[in-house]
Design a protein around this ligand. Structure first.
Ligand code: HEC
Length: 228
């Protein structure tokens, strides 16, 4: 028994350690503090993503019209503000960059970002986008603190230069929030439905309780048992 306890403890300690190493990912992460129910933030995130990221990155599990429907943007506005390359409203959000060109320019293909918020976490994405720093030894003159030697240029440098630190952080938060939504679009519906189901169960509980009282009244003091 003692031995079993000892083994379990060391296995648990090992697991905790490896989890924290994975979570840390080479540096402490900032909290993204995103809110998937903040529609304004999601709309701004979608706009920024289409302007600053979709040239290289696809989110191929997503279609333009689904984004419009989920984020409360009309089809006309989606076409005007989120689509730039003559796509159709029902198309998936793919990038126009060819793999061959990407390898030539970056030495790698920019990964699809449909699930990045789930594989790496929102805090990682938020911190990554805010962690570029000057490094002349790199091809684009920048390096990244948490993705060392990243082959992605600092695409948000202009935003960072032209905005206050707070506004810039909010923009990055909005992009991250949008990627969180893209990682699980059903989250919007799921959470909303959850509240409705709970409300329904609450009403059902009251009705069933009243019904139970009504039934037991007969059982306790029915025809076959006089009132005591
Ligand atoms: C000029 C092309 C380009 C643009 C524009 C671009 N990226 Fe990237 N991105 C890359 C490349 C290339 C990589 C691969 C980096 C590597 O692995 O070294 C990458 C990697 C990433 C990763 C890491 C993914 C992973 O799983 O490792 C994230 C997250 C990311 N980009 C988000 C963004 C966001 C958000 C934007 C828009 C604000 C953006 N990128 C704009 C080229 C680009």
């Amino acid at each position: 028994m003692k031995k079993l306890l000892k083994t379990t403890t060391s296995v648990l300690a090992g697991l905790t350690l490896s989890f924290s190493v994975i979570a840390a990912g080479g540096g402490a992460l900032d909290h993204a503090n995103t809110d998937i129910n903040d529609q304004k933030s999601l709309q701004n995130g979608a706009k920024l993503f289409m302007n600053y990221c979709s040239g290289c990155h696809s989110i191929a599990f997503m279609r333009y019209n689904r984004i419009g429907k989920d984020l409360g943007i009309s089809d006309a506005d989606v076409e005007k503000n989120l689509m730039f390359n003559g796509e159709k409203i029902g198309d998936k959000v793919t990038s126009s960059m060819s793999d061959k060109g990407a390898i030539q320019w970056f030495g790698t293909t920019p990964p699809d970002l449909s699930l990045v918020s789930r594989s790496k976490g929102v805090d990682w994405v938020y911190t990554y986008l805010r962690s570029f720093y000057k490094d002349e030894s790199r091809p684009f003159g920048v390096n990244n603190k948490i993705l060392v030697n990243a082959s992605m240029p600092d695409v948000l440098w202009e935003l960072k230069q032209n905005k206050s630190a707070e506004d810039f952080d909010q923009d990055v938060r909005d992009i991250t929030n949008f990627l969180d939504y893209v990682g699980e679009p059903a989250k919007l519906v799921r959470v909303d439905l959850g509240y409705k189901v709970l409300a329904f169960l609450f009403v059902l509980f009251i009705l069933s309780y009243l019904l139970k009282k009504e039934y037991w009244k007969d059982v306790k003091y029915g025809k076959w048992r006089a009132k005591d």
